[in-house]
Structure formats: structure tokens, C-alpha cells
Design a binder for this molecule. Sequence first.
Ligand code: BGC
Length: 773
Amino acid sequence: MKNLALCLFVAFTFQVSAQISDDKLNEIIDQLTVDEKVYLSIGTGMDIPGFSDESDAPQAVVGITQDKVPGAAGTSYTSKKLGFPAVVFADGPAGIRISPERKEEPNQTFYATAFPIGTSISSSWNVNLAKEVGAAFGREGKAYGVDFLLAPALNIHRNPLGGRNFEYYSEDPVLGGKITAGFVNGVQSEGIGATIKHFVANNSETNRMQLNTVLSQRALREIYLKGFEIAIEESNPWAVMSSYNKINGVYTSESEELLTQILRGEWKYEGFVMTDWFAGKDAVAQIKAGNDLLMPGTNEQAKSLLDAVKNGALKEEILDRNIKYILKQYFKTYSFKNYKPTGKPDLEAHKKIARKAAAEGMILLKNNTTLPIATKEKIALFGVTSFETISGGTGSGDVNKAYMVSIKEGLKNAGYTLDKGLVANYEAYIKVEKAKIPPKKIFFEKDILVEDILWSKERLKELAKTNDVAVFTLGRTSGEFQDRIIDGDFNLTVNELELIKNISAAFQAQNKKCIVVLNIGGVIETESWKQYPDAILLAWQPGQEGGNAIGDIISGKTNPSGKLTVTFPIALNDVPSTKNFPGKVLDPTAPKPTKPLAALPAKEIYEEGIYVGYRYFDTFNVKTSYPFGFGLSYTQFEYSKLDITKVEDEITILCTVKNTGKTAGKEVVQVYVKSPEGTIEKPAKELKGFAKTKLLNVGESETVKINLNVKHLGYYNTNSLSWKLDEGAYEFLIGKSSLDIKLNASITLKSKIIETTSDLLSPKVKINELSKN
Ligand code: BGC
């Protein structure tokens, strides 16, 4: 009778409210048996296609709800007694990753919109755009029956070779944190939960399931935790996903210091924490640490949790504590509200958002009075990825999309005429070459790209005669489980270099221009070849509308306004983390694992400390190919009237931007702060805020406003274990990039302890960190 009453109460609550009080939650939890509690602490498992015959594949539990939304990464258990439905979790950062088909509904498809990759979204430096994109994800998730999005991903671009950098936002935590917050606010405004991942310092893929990341408390706090802290403060995501790696010897998913003391204690986080899929080793340690939900869930985990409760190794109250966090969020979901998904998101509206976002994330790296080009021009289109344009990376960051607009199609849609013979040559070649590539066994295997065609100089001369301009696209792909490599990936292949040189030379010889489009997911070498073409457009992996968005930029329909969120170094060895990326295997004599998911115990020491990205290049005066924050426009902007005021701890920065060129455009105002020397060394400058103007017409001005709390100017002092502010002048540098500073002013602050912390996540060993002294 009591149960029935509870059921009715719960059902009633689902209908009317997104919130449930603590007392009611306690009442519900009191009704649960230990078994039920354990099953609420793990997911219902996962069947990995291509893995079923592997003996050491992660064993999925057979859950009756596993197929609620086919292709989703996970589901929760149901409880008949309490009327709990299954809650659905689906990736990822570029779109809702589910199967496009369902057996039960053979006449309908469930394709999701492939939005541009994370790095592209952040390159817009537009928090409102990130919010708009997030809201589209939210609506699509709702229509397809997804309750939690397993995104956004905000790990730091620590090294250009990071295999999943494309999913991540930036080398800078303030930018990454703020874009994350915008995106999360968008997703959650539609009633879908966002999951920020991978918490934390999951910056390489090699041996990722057994990698020990060794870093100082200062680097951890200032670089790797910072973005998560900002995101939680500014958007309160429903969930956090812990990562695969260890930090200073302990798996993040088993780290009480990380998940309870920092996340709950210091940051007052109220959502729940889930593991990454099959992460960590010890289910009991994970639950105790405050990793509330183990995903995707295995029979082995259920057994070890049940045994631990029985033999007293795990107190039931710990399970209760965790379940409370989980249920608080589950109660907000559409599944718990008995909402029936329509299966019909507004894909037409979302494709417009995807196209707009893709264009706004593109960065004009070079423009020698070349772009935009009139649509009457005839284009000789080169490069395999002009035809097989890459939407995004592989693995959980991939999306089952209905179509991909290639650059060829996008340029045609924009009204350009393409050289027919060249198009036919490429298409025939690609067809033959693609047929030679074996089909993927597992969805997260890296895509193999078709090698480019090396055209003879005579053919290029002919093509230059009969066309007005050349467009050459260079493509790269990467994905889960693997980091990128140097030769032929970060560095261009010999053929690619030849092609850029030869096409540019052939066209320039006839007074015609050559444009290089970069259809890439991460940083590549640009220094050795950037002098050859007349224009370089960094289009990233722009999602399914990529070709159209590139057409918008090339034709001038959209004025590029993206800025680099990551430095393009001259050489890979200029990046200090390259020295120890992606870590070392502990036993070098151990045989290399042959199974796709297997990893060897390895260690990666972050010797560069806080000197990641521009923090390194600008402090040590190391030249870059393109600096952080860089990006050209078809117009010019003038900066003036910098005004900085401080009222108590709130700093307000005002600055006027005027479009002084000949085309409407948007500008990104970047606020860097140079802190006083003090007793502890600091980077030359750090990004503390930014703002993007609206579309400014020719001659139009806008005064942008950036708010900043004094506490964000502090640094983490490892000796005193506190966030501190040094006394002295803080110089505010307002720039177009980290190196192109337009205005500056300073304010003087008194020294102050912002916050004292406990001694958490200590490396316990001395790390030889990079120092400018
Ligand atoms: C990835 C996560 C993803 C999960 C579920 C893991 O391999 O690291 O980012 O959300 O799979 O697909």
C-alpha cells in the first residue's frame, strides 16, 4: 500500500514538476532494496558492434531497456515498483549520436544533424552562438527520446597531436569554459541534460584507459580544472563525466579528492557524476569516491557492489548519497515526465543553424586581396576532400547524419562554375581508390583517407589557362583511442606540399589566385608552405552543411569572423608538451596490445606546467606560425575608448569597436591580463574575457562590455595551497589576438588570499616544470 502511494506520488511529481524536494527523495530512496540501489548506480550495459566475438571485450549486461533509443550510448535501469522509466544517454559534441534506423519503425529515419566540431564552435568566440547550437541539440535530443547529451567536451588542447582535440574547444580554459557554459545553457534550456566531459586532464588518447597523468597542483588548477569550474559556475550542467586517465596515480573516477572534495566541496556541484564508458578498475572505489553512476554498466560491477554492501566494505548510505544526486536530475528528464518523443525534430531549422555556425567558426588565415571571389569566376577544384569533405572526427564524436554537403556541392550551390574535366577526374579516381579501403570493423576506427593526386605541371598550366582561380582542399581526420602522428598528419606529405606549391605557381604565373581550404580537426604545420597560396581558409571539420558554409565565406555572403582558439606553432617541437606526449609505457618491453581497446600502463608527465599554448609562446617569446586569437576579416576594425572600472570586486571593461572597412562584419574583442611579477612566476598574459560584436555595418560602432570578478585574476600558489592575488598593477591588454594588442590600461590591486584549499591531488613527487626564471 505504501509503495502504491509512493508510485502515485512519483507519477504525480513527474507530471507537474521538474524539481523534487530532498525529503521526498529520501522517502523514495528508503523504499529501495540494496539490489535496486546498486542497479540505479550502474547503466544497463552496451553492446559494441564489431566486438561481440572478442573474448576480452567489455561485457555488456543484458538490459531490457538497452534498445529504448537504438544506437544511444547508454540507458539506466527501470524500476517497476517506483514507476521509474529508463533514462537515455547519447553522444556527443557534434550532434546526437543514435542509429538512423529502428527495427520497430521501418518507415521512418532518425538521422541527426551533424553540427561543426567543438573546435569550430569555439572558434566563433560567440557564447550566444554556442547557446543557439546547444538549444538545437536539446530539441533534437528531445524529439529522439534522449535525456542526457554526453557533451560538451572541454579538455584542453595540450598538444596538436591529441586525437580528440577536434571535440574540444581550446588551449585556453577561460575560452573553453565560457563556450561550454553557453552550449550547456542552450541544451538545458530545452529540458535535456548536458554532461561536461572528460573530468579531467584527459588530453591524449594513447593508452588512455591506463594512463597516469602526472602534473603539478598549479597546472591542474589553473589550466585543466579551470574550464570545468567556469562551466559549472555559469551553467550548472546536470552531469559530469569523469575521465579514463589517472591523475597523479589515482583514476579520476576513483578519486575522492577530485569528485567529492573539489567538485562537491569547493565548487558546490549538485548534479551527478558518471564514469566514462568502462573507465577505472574498482567499482566500489568509484562509488565511494563520489562517482555516482558507472557507465555503461557491467554485471561484474553490479556483483562487486552487492558483495561490498553485504560484506560491509561499502556502506548503504554511500549508495544513498549517490543515488540522490542521480535521481534529482533524472526527475527533470522527459522520460521521467512521461513525454512521448515525436521522432521528428525540425531538421530544416537545425541545418540552417549548422550552416551558420560552421561559417562563423571558420578562420581566414591569409588573404592576399583574393577572397571573397565573385560567383562568376570559374574554379579549378583540387584535393580529395573537396569532394569527400570531412564533416567531423570519428568515434563517439561522430554523428549518423543524413547527408554531407561537400565543398564541390557547396561551391556549386553558391553559383560557381567548376572545371568539369577536373571534377570528373577526381570523382573517377576517388571511386576506384575508395573501393580499395576495407570497411571499418568497429565504428570508432579511424577513417582512411584517399591520397591526393599529384598533377603534372603541364596539366596545371592548362587548368590555369581555362579557369579563373584554384581552390585546393587539404583534409585530416582523427578520433578516439589514437593520437595523431607527425608525418603526413601534423606535417604535410611530400605530395601535398608539392601540390600546394605547383598549383599556386601555375595559377600565379597566369596572374590567377590559389586558395587553400583546410578541412581539418586539429592543428597542422603551416609555416613551410603558407607563403605559396594567396589565401588560406581554415574551415575545420564543419559538419554536414560544411560545403555550403565554405561557399558562404568564399563568395563573401558571410564575412569570416572566427579566431584561433589554439596556437599554430612553427614546428611541432616548438610546443613544450611534445617532449612527453603522449607519455611513456611503464614497461617498454611489454608487447604492444593488438586488441583495439587494450592499453598498457603508461605515464605522461606535464613538465610544461602552466605553459600551455600562448601562455608558453608569449612568455618565452617563441615565434608562431599563427598566434592564439588570430583571424582575418574582409573588413577592418578600429578599437577605441577603453574604460576599466572597479566597484568592489567587480571589474567592468568597456571598449568601442568601429567597422572602418568596406564590408559588414563581426569582431572578437579579447581581454588579456598581465599580472604583476609578485613572488611566483606567471605567464606574460592570460585571456580573462572576450566579447563578440553584432554584425557591424560599414561605419558602425559598438561598445562591448566585459565583466570580470577580481577572483579570476588570481593564481594558484602551491606552497600555500591557495588562490592568491599579488599586489601591484594589472595590465589589461585589449587585442585582436594574443600578439596584436590594440589598447591597454591598468588597475592596481592589493594582495589578497582569494581562497584556501586542502592539499588535493598532489603529485607527491617533484616534477621538473618549465620555468622562465
Ligand atoms: C568516450 C566518451 C563517450 C562514451 C560513450 C567513450 O569512449 O570517451 O566521450 O561519451 O564513449 O559513447
